[in-house]
Design a protein around this ligand. Structure first.
Ligand code: CO8
Length: 258
């Protein structure tokens, strides 16, 4: 449906989600985040889907939380209404990889949304930032936590305290972005990456995502143990036998996702 706030389509084994509030530069309101969470979880549950791409418009991935919607919030509106947590938690439940394809502005909640994805691919037009300080607030969906983990304290402090924007080249140098491509290539590049991932063995992909995320949540010794246990368990899959047999037989593998 073209008037939906989140457009969805499938490209082979890839689920493509497009934020569709272009006149407000994809400002994130509750309804949009509800739709996005539902769409991501639906693709996550679909056995025909192996990876997802989340994108916005040419001008904006998302210019942040909807300022008009939250302008008159009181402390209690935000707290008792569970502002942000309620419909952002769905994203954390997604087990398949999500690739953010970012063109234009990814600011505030838009930058935080990109950082919740597993791989960020940026167009050369992309601009990242946490400008909340200009509004008299601070980031509220992970900007003060995920940004330092991605780019280090020095640059995170610079961005969060001044509200300045970072272009795509700086974001790539800083480690926020995996690849930068010309704007015209953005969607093709993201779909190619997602298609390649969706062609891998799904159990291995899910475990790889879990294990990399563990690196942020646990001490090294615990993370290494988690990785080793996951690694050992993959020898119980048919796909491991197929992958290694295919290599030795010099042919492409045909994974069954089990
Ligand atoms: N909220 C609501 N409307 C917005 C937003 C926004 N964040 N961003 C842009 N718009 C609207 C504008 O009001 C304008 O609407 P209208 O045409 O009706 O006047 C339309 O989009 C186009 O915007 P501009 O005319 O401003 O376009 P420009 O090209 O001149 O400027 C900018 C583009 C630089 C992106 C500018 O729009 C801007 O600075 N936007 C606000 C960016 C910002 O401050 N983001 C942070 C918001 S706070 C936040 O995200 C807190 C996160 C908390 C967690 C997330 C919870 C969901």
């Amino acid at each position: 449906m073209s008037d939906s706030l989140v457009l969805t389509e499938t490209r082979g084994r890839v689920g493509l989600l497009t934020l569709n509030r272009p006149k407000a530069l994809n400002a994130l309101n509750d309804e949009l985040m509800d739709r996005l969470g539902e769409a991501l979880l639906a693709f996550d549950a679909d056995p025909g889907i192996g990876a997802m791409v989340l994108t916005g418009s040419e001008k904006a991935f998302a210019a942040g939380a909807d300022i008009a919607a939250m302008k008159d919030y009181t402390h209690m509106d935000a707290f008792t209404g569970d502002f942000i947590t309620r419909n952002w938690e769905a994203l954390r439940r997604v087990r398949k990889p999500v690739i953010a394809a970012v063109a234009g502005y990814a600011l505030g909640g838009g930058c935080e949304l990109a950082m919740m994805c597993d791989i960020v691919i940026a167009a050369d037009t992309a601009r990242f930032g946490q400008p909340e300080i200009n509004l008299g607030i601070i980031p509220g969906a992970g900007g003060t936590q995920r940004l330092p983990r991605a780019v280090g304290k020095a640059k995170a402090m610079d961005l969060v305290l001044t509200g300045r924007r970072m272009d795509a080249a700086e974001a790539e140098r800083a480690g926020l972005v995996a690849r930068v491509v010309p704007a015209a290539r953005l969607l093709d590049e993201a779909l190619e990456v997602a298609t390649a991932i969706a062609g891998m063995s799904l159990p291995a992909v899910l475990m790889a995502k879990e294990a990399v995320n563990r690196a942020y949540e646990s001490p090294l010794s615990e993370g290494l143990l988690f990785e080793r246990r996951s690694f050992h368990s993959l020898f119980g899959t048919e796909d491991q036998k197929e992958g290694m047999a295919a290599f030795l037989e010099k042919r492409p593998p045909s994974f069954k996702n089990r």
